[in-house]
Design a binder for this molecule. Sequence first.
Ligand SMILES: Nc1ncnc2c1ncn2[C@@H]1O[C@H](COP(=O)(O)OP(=O)(O)O)[C@@H](O)[C@H]1O
Ligand SMILES: [Mg+2]
Length: 241
Amino acid sequence: MLEVKNLVKAFGGLVANGDISFELQEGEVLGLIGPNGAGKSTLFNCIAGYYKPTAGKILFEGKDIAGWPPHLVTREGIARTFQGMKIMPNLTVEENVMIGAFCRTNERQVAKKEAREILNLMGLTEFGKELPSGLPISVQKRIELARAIATKPKLLMLDELAAGLNPLETKEIIRTLQRFKEERKLTLFLTEHVMEFIMTISERVIVMAAGKKIAEGRPEEVARQDKVVEAYLGERYAKGR
Ligand SMILES: Nc1ncnc2c1ncn2[C@@H]1O[C@H](COP(=O)(O)OP(=O)(O)O)[C@@H](O)[C@H]1O
Ligand SMILES: [Mg+2]
């Protein structure tokens, strides 16, 4: 479904993504892990059209989408959530989700119906008419997820979806995510800073450190590699081995 080939993204002298290549199969759950500053969000931003790659190819279903603007990437079927969440503070929860739906329709009623359906499946109906700013982080994360799903993606990319959530909330959002994945036949690509979340949900993981891809494989294989332990897992995991 997705093939990234020799992707480079430099900010002046800083190479945030240095020659990254990988593939993602339809229906797969691919995790991307690495310490802060490894270049995970940059990679997402390149794929989703928020950053223009310095070099390389991004093939989505065979089309090279590298350098396309975000709205066209979204229309091709790639949606993403933001690490810092990008919820519109002066729109209601329902309207925020409608924004996603407007990617596929110009009809307000159609967008509203789609938004309500997703909010219902997310257990967010009670918040539909509220403004998002006063709501708990766990609810705001679900709004962010709902808006991405409202664009009817084939590939859903989640940037640190579990950041700021407690273990129970994390479990809940994983369950929600897995349900949508089944029902809507989504392919998932997700980053996480916190190991535990991504290791349980991913079928395969890529590890990045300092802009480079340093490992790739099944979660339990990757977690055992010394270079991964050194670069990322650090003291906490290393101690437990
Ligand atoms: N828009 C930008 N301008 C300049 N530097 C950036 C920009 N975005 C990211 N970077 C830099 O790229 C590196 C990787 O950042 P990022 O992709 O956010 O890492 P991660 O998501 O893995 O924590 C960092 O050094 C960061 O400061
Ligand atoms: Mg990031």
